[in-house]
Design a protein around this ligand. Structure first.
Ligand code: PMP
Length: 453
């Protein structure tokens, strides 16, 4: 209501456009007076299932197998504090000043060095430093997606990427994964079908290493095949790789970007290999895309934080970061083993992926159980997970859950899985008595996903 309609004027009423016609009375009410003013692109925005969980999952009595927070206990805090102190003392006026939109040059050189471990030959000019790789995701999607454009994404996909895709009103089409990652034949078939329908596919979004949430890795043999298919269909590949250096056995596989420097935008991050709090990630892109990325980033943040960039640059220069990554890998491997061992012991009737790196395993529930419906009961039993539905754009996934093993200790992981087993048993009993609680697609087929022990 507007003042002309007799509404008391205790505040400024939106005077123009749709807002003026549809604004609700405000003073003393909880209704959003700006409800009619939001842009269309906000309609798809909603809190992720993970965020909604955080409030309860973070209570100390709950074992949270939900969040993807890295465990930072092993970081040499005193040494980092000392070098940060020295940085501010010696270069404080630079560290606390605005910086370049593309990012600090020395850090970009160091990022090139880090990426060599995955076979990427890039020039520091190809790198754009961002506020976490999440911002890089946002920028790439902003550059390429008009409302209704198609993004082909793995089924399941990283929930934070799906949020960005929704915000830009992309149409997400899922392509299945199996234990070797994205299935090339399914990709070929999907791109051919979309082309026949005349739909504009702009991006292929993939997390090839230690997938979030599926825990699987795109095999070496499939990488060039996926690239060849994308190239033939004129689709840009968005390779999101925050976990690539966190493999538990052997050397990392070559990044897709190491095989194609024209058709791939690569995203990296220090969040999992060092610490997420500095919020430093990066994109590597062909120069024409890179220039636009810098312009888009400048228009949203002017420049990434100089203080964060120089702190990371100092860490890389003065600490044995390779050793730190090795420690992380050992820590996460022990936690993966605890998770998989506990699943075998307590919920053998489920199936799950055994990740070779990263933070997550993807569990398929037995007996038609519904992970989303079961969650309140799990929280009551003091264990939290993320329902598989968070990782699909189209409501699939209720027969899966993502279990994170990154943050809790192995003892807590085992306790969490033990509690979860109790919930699964209760639910199974309820399903037995009352019929299936499982979500089914229209054709009666439960949603698919990788299902490997
Ligand atoms: N991509 C994937 C697959 C992730 O799992 C995450 C964080 N969970 C991100 C991107 C964003 O990470 P950050 O912004 O901290 O670099």
């Amino acid at each position: 209501m507007t003042p002309e309609h007799g509404e008391p004027t205790g505040r400024v009423t939106p005077a123009l456009g749709r807002a003026a016609h549809t604004a609700q009375p405000v003073t003393g009410t909880r209704l959003d007076p700006w409800i009619g003013a939001y842009a269309d692109r906000t309609h798809g925005m909603r809190a992720s299932e993970i965020r909604a969980l955080f409030a309860v999952a973070n209570r100390p009595e709950v074992v949270s197998l939900a969040g993807g927070m890295p465990n930072l206990d092993g970081l040499p805090m005193e040494a980092i504090a000392e070098s940060t102190y020295q940085l501010l003392l010696k270069r404080g006026t630079t560290a606390l000043q605005y910086g370049s939109g593309q990012g600090d040059e020395t850090l970009r050189e160091q990022i090139v060095e880090v990426m060599r471990l995955q076979g990427i030959q890039a020039h520091p000019d190809d790198v754009v430093v961002t506020t976490g790789s999440q911002q890089a995701l946002d920028l790439v999607v902003r550059l390429f997606i008009d409302p209704g454009d198609v993004i082909v994404a793995e089924a399941p996909s990283y929930v934070g990427a799906l949020g960005v895709f929704r915000a830009y009103q992309a149409d997400v089409v899922h392509v299945p994964l199996d234990e070797h990652g994205l299935v090339p034949e399914a990709l070929e078939e999907t791109l051919t079908r979309l082309a026949a329908e005349g739909r504009a596919v702009k991006l292929l979004y993939t997390v090839p290493n230690f997938h979030n949430p599926a825990g699987v890795t795109l095999s070496q043999e499939r990488r060039p095949r996926v690239l060849e298919i994308a190239r033939r269909h004129g689709v840009l590949v968005l390779e999101d790789d925050p976990y690539g250096l966190l493999g538990f056995d052997g050397d990392p596989l070559p990044a897709m970007r190491s095989m194609d420097d024209v058709g791939v935008v690569y995203l990296g991050s220090f969040s999992k290999t060092f610490a997420p709090g500095y919020r430093v990630g990066w994109a590597v892109a062909p120069h024409y895309i890179r220039e636009k990325l810098v312009l888009a980033s400048e228009s949203s943040i002017l420049c990434p934080s100089n203080a964060s960039q120089l702190a990371i640059s100092t860490y890389l220069a003065h600490h044995d970061w390779r050793h730190q990554i090795k420690l992380y890998r050992e820590m996460y491997r022990a936690r993966r083993d605890a998770m998989v061992g506990a699943l075998e012991e307590h919920i053998p009737e489920a199936t799950w992926t055994v990740p070779e790196g990263g933070f997550y395993t993807w569990v398929r529930l037995p007996h038609g159980l519904d992970a989303q419906a079961m969650l309140p009961r799990a929280i009551t039993a003091l264990v939290a997970y993320v329902s598989g539905t968070a990782f699909y754009a189209d409501g699939q996934g209720s027969d899966h859950m993502r279990l994170s093993f990154c943050y809790p200790t192995p003892e807590r992981i085992r306790e969490g899985v033990r509690r979860l087993a109790g919930v699964v048993q209760e639910e199974t009993e309820l399903v037995r008595i009352f019929g299936t609680g499982g979500h089914r697609d229209e054709d009666g087929v439960t949603s698919a996903g990788p299902e490997i022990h």
